[in-house]
Design a protein around this ligand. Structure first.
Ligand code: FES
Length: 164
């Protein structure tokens, strides 16, 4: 797939920021959105241009760090998935994709697509949360006897981080 990306670039919180337009070529539909962003950044680095800063961590749909506004939607066009689990097959060859940071007064842009999330820390520090026992009265999984064959198979599966 060949795509046009309109990406929010902003040097720091004081900078006005603006959209920059980039073309990326030969994007596989099986790539995740973040892998496509990696391709863009490798291209920018090769051209001597500052890569686009964006948040990510696990890339497995667990941590919630990969916040982006894609074509005006939180996490893009897929439903119930984080940006790192959004795949390029959700787009069409020739598409123009607009990528913005999460714009909110409480989350000022640090740089490009990265925002300051310390507002969450202040909410927690102020006691703005509750603790809920979501496990109810279920037995502790670690206390449940498991056949060795099944336990070994589960361990093998758990050691895979899904990197392919
Ligand atoms: S990078 Fe962790 S959920 Fe996307």
């Amino acid at each position: 797939m060949n795509l046009t990306l309109k990406i929010w670039r902003q040097k720091n919180a004081q900078d006005q920021g603006s959209f920059a337009t980039y073309a990326v070529r030969d994007i596989s539909p099986d790539m995740s959105f973040l892998e496509m962003m990696d391709v863009l950044n490798e291209q920018l680095i090769a051209q001597g241009v500052e890569p686009v800063v964006f948040d990510h961590d696990c890339r497995e749909g667990i941590c919630g760090m990969c916040s982006m506004f894609i074509n005006g939607e939180a996490h893009g066009p897929d439903r119930g998935v984080t940006t790192c689990q959004l795949h390029m097959r959700k787009f069409k060859d020739g598409d123009t994709i607009t990528v913005e940071p999460w714009r909110a007064k409480a989350f000022p842009v640090v740089r490009d697509l990265m925002v300051d999330r310390s507002a969450f820390d202040r909410v927690i520090q102020a006691g703005g949360y509750i603790s809920v026992n979501t496990m109810g009265n279920l037995p502790d999984a670690n206390a449940t006897p498991i056949e060795k064959h099944d336990a070994d198979a589960a361990f093998d599966a758990a050691t895979c981080i899904g990197c392919r």
